[in-house]
Design a protein around this ligand. Structure first.
Ligand code: DGY
Length: 334
């Protein structure tokens, strides 16, 4: 791309220094050094002037915004694995290519899922708060104090057995959980054998039989409130639910009610329906030890963020070199 005009690239959030520096070297890149979330009018101005928009999961790239894009906008190279924040069909209609950053946050997100799977039944956050919130008031070890529930030997039901779901299954198996999963289709026989996994084509049936539910499917119109009030009611009162995918896959109001009524034992949530707002009732449940809440940090490792940035750069360069970028999101997938 040396003798050509550099594409004008608008990046909506602060990225790791190494990624931003490389982007400045390669492109006419507009950075967001102070990381303030971009307003909708700022995004409108960006799609009217930039050749490439680099949004993240916090930006709403809907049909109304895309409609206002100028003819120069050719690529939306999202700094994200998920693409539920982008109206991919509207972009395709306008001739704009969309790319994402798959694969590079699989292991980090699976680690965080496992951390929540351990944290909720073993009361990690509660235990930590006892030491930090009331220093010096720990009365010492006692045989019946702070008892949680054992992980080993239980059943996990994974909702969505894609890359992240499979990575969670591998970890869960090592922790002695037996693997159950619901997916649109069965995983390949070699993976199923390796994981000794049981496939349920009926999500309802699986939910009623497992001890821990892990939500690992993407957010699409089809998965909106997949874990509905009716389905949550199928879970056992001793069971736990963990979500590191997207908040809107679980009906949060219904989940709160189940946790309050003791119809589900606990929840570990890294994502919320109205992020960054968190329902105050969930905060109360966390205080009461019924939930462990994290601020959408499942993929938040420096290594992961740099890998994501590299994917964005490769997608932009490939596109402007006249080839198909490797991580195209095709219309009709949302
Ligand atoms: C993504 O990129 O989709 C993740 O949710 C960010 O953690």
């Amino acid at each position: 791309m040396t003798n050509r005009k550099k594409p004008k690239v608008y990046i909506t959030r602060k990225l790791p220094d190494a990624v931003e520096t490389r982007m400045r070297e390669l492109f006419d890149a507009e950075l967001n050094i102070d990381d303030s979330p971009r307003t909708q009018p700022e995004l409108v101005a960006a799609v009217k002037s930039a050749d490439v928009l680099v949004p993240t999961v916090t930006d709403r790239i809907d049909a109304a915004l895309i409609e206002q894009a100028g003819p120069q906008l050719k690529l939306i190279a999202s700094f994200s694995n998920g693409f539920d924040h982008i109206d991919v069909d509207a972009a395709a209609k306008k001739g704009i290519t969309v790319t994402n950053t798959p694969n590079v946050l699989t292991e980090d997100t699976a680690d965080m899922t496992m951390a929540l799977i351990l944290a909720v039944p073993r009361r990690l956050a509660e235990g930590s708060r006892i030491l930090t919130d009331k220093p010096g008031e720990w009365p010492g070890w006692s045989p019946t104090w702070m008892l949680g529930r054992r992980i080993w030997g239980k059943r996990i039901g994974i909702v969505g057995m894609g890359r992240i779901g499979t990575a969670v299954a591998r970890r869960a198996k090592a922790f002695g959980l037996s693997i159950h999963y619901h997916n649109r289709k069965k995983v390949n026989p070699a993976t199923e054998d390796e994981l000794e996994a049981t496939y349920w084509d009926s999500l309802d049936q699986m939910l009623a039989r497992v001890d821990i539910v892990s939500v690992n499917c993407p957010s699409t119109p089809a998965t909106f409130h997949l874990l509905s009030a009716r389905r949550l009611a199928l879970m056992q009162p001793t069971s736990y639910i963990v979500n590191t995918a997207r908040g809107d896959i679980i009906d949060e109001t219904a989940l709160i009610q189940c946790l309050r009524d003791g119809r589900i034992a606990g929840a570990g949530l890294d994502v919320f329906e109205n992020e960054p707002a968190v329902n105050p009732k969930l905060l109360k449940l966390a205080e009461a030890g019924k939930a462990v809440l994290l601020p959408h940090m499942g993929s938040a490792t420096m290594e992961g963020r740099i890998d994501m940035g590299e994917k964005v750069i490769v997608n932009i360069r490939t596109f402007f070199d006249g080839h198909r970028p490797p991580n195209r999101v095709l219309p009709g997938r949302t």
